[in-house]
Design a protein around this ligand. Structure first.
Ligand SMILES: O=P(O)(O)O[C@H]1O[C@H](CO)[C@@H](O)[C@H]1O
Ligand SMILES: O=c1cc[nH]c(=O)[nH]1
Length: 355
């Protein structure tokens, strides 16, 4: 049901939701239950944008062991993260195989699986991540994954922070300061509270090391609908406000505790919360928006910046798996791999020789 979105109703809703959410969103064994009665009645559920389906694939076998769903904007970052996490948690693929982009034939998103970790790209903006979230939450349901945790590994513009700072979001607002994700459904605006797991944010922050040569901070994230005007940039193709207007707006955000601006946190926090899924957002700042608009850091610098949230999230995943005694139990099982291209070539050459 839609709510008006004011603080009182959001808070009331949240308490009620918390009470009811266990039975609405979990089966007794901890596996994900959908808040959509229609899905159970369907012969099959085609997860169109990730190129998977409940009848075409054995989703329990493929994804039943998933504990972490990590997502970020670009296919490259999420491929890099998949390889990085594989190294960090000590997983090895069978010789001659390489990680496979499970969703490659959707031509929309890229997805990798390394043991209990999924690494998937979400594209840019609210609509793109919204579609992915529907399908990833349904994937968790079909797979009977137990208590999965979703983490967004992103980039952002920082507010009064050194470029390269890692920001862990503990709350999310839109460009008007509202803490809910609103969208028109059947001709009416539906507002869903945008709530992140504060405990998870604290646990992540605790893993920032004093030896990290950059700061890691916790605060509010603003989710914009756009990279240019929606983030108060004056360098888009259009701009009807002045530099002074922009600075007033950005400084006002700083006063309200907003640390960074990106473009997916609202649906990410609202839809995971609605699904009863613990979720966190860890982004690195590419620039200080109080000092400019253009993303001008050299490629190598930005690549290194992007590793920072990945390192923090990897520490968390490692610690979690260690606590469950699951860190060194891997022999290639649970990852989704294909024969590496080099191996393909060798196999081809071998068979040509035999012909
Ligand atoms: O780096 P990612 O995670 O893609 O996120 C940020 O970068 C994009 C804009 O450049 C937006 O999608 C914003 O949220
Ligand atoms: O300023 C920025 C940088 C990255 N991503 C954004 O959305 N904004």
């Amino acid at each position: 049901m839609a709510n008006c979105g004011c603080k009182d109703h959001i808070n009331n809703n949240t308490e009620k939701e918390n009470e009811a959410s266990d039975s609405l969103t979990r089966y007794p064994d901890g596996s994900v239950k959908l808040r959509n009665p229609h899905i159970q009645l369907m012969d099959q559920d085609i997860l169109y944008h990730i190129a998977l389906g409940s009848e075409s694939h054995d989703l329990i076998e493929m994804f039943g062991d998933v504990k972490f769903v990590c997502m970020g904007g670009t296919p490259k970052r999420m491929e890099t993260f998949a390889h990085y996490i594989m190294e960090e948690i000590g997983y090895k693929l069978p010789t001659g195989t390489t990680l496979m982009d499970i969703s490659q034939y959707s031509y929309r998103y890229s997805m990798y699986k390394v043991g209990p970790v999924i690494s998937v790209s979400h594209g840019m903006g609210v609509a793109s991540i919204g579609i992915l979230l529907h399908e990833m939450i349904k994937l968790m349901y079909h797979a009977k994954a137990k208590e999965p945790i979703f983490i967004r590994i992103g980039t952002c513009g920082g507010l009064d922070l050194e470029p390269g700072t890692v920001v862990i979001s503990d709350s999310v607002v839109d460009g008007l300061g509202n803490s809910f994700y609103s969208m028109p459904i059947l001709g009416k605006i539906v507002k869903r509270p945008a709530i992140l797991d504060k405990k998870l944010a604290r646990e992540l922050k605790a893993l920032a090391s004093v030896d990290d040569p950059y700061d890691t901070t916790v605060g509010t994230t603003m989710c914009a609908e756009d990279f240019y005007e929606g983030q108060g940039r004056i360098d888009g193709a259009f701009c009807d406000f002045t530099e002074t207007d922009k600075m007033q707006y950005l400084e006002d955000l700083v006063k309200k505790g907003v640390k960074n601006i990106e473009m997916e946190s609202l649906p990410f926090s609202a839809l995971t919360h609605l699904a009863g899924i613990r979720a966190a957002i860890v982004c690195v700042t590419f620039l200080n928006r109080l000092k400019g608009d253009q993303v001008a850091a050299p490629k190598e610098v930005m690549n290194e910046y992007q590793e920072r949230p990945q390192k923090l999230v990897a520490r968390y995943i490692k610690k979690y798996l260690q606590s469950k005694g699951r860190l060194s139990s891997f022999d290639g099982h649970g990852s989704i791999a294909v024969k590496s291209p080099r191996r393909f070539k060798l196999v081809q050459q071998e068979s040509q020789t035999f012909e």
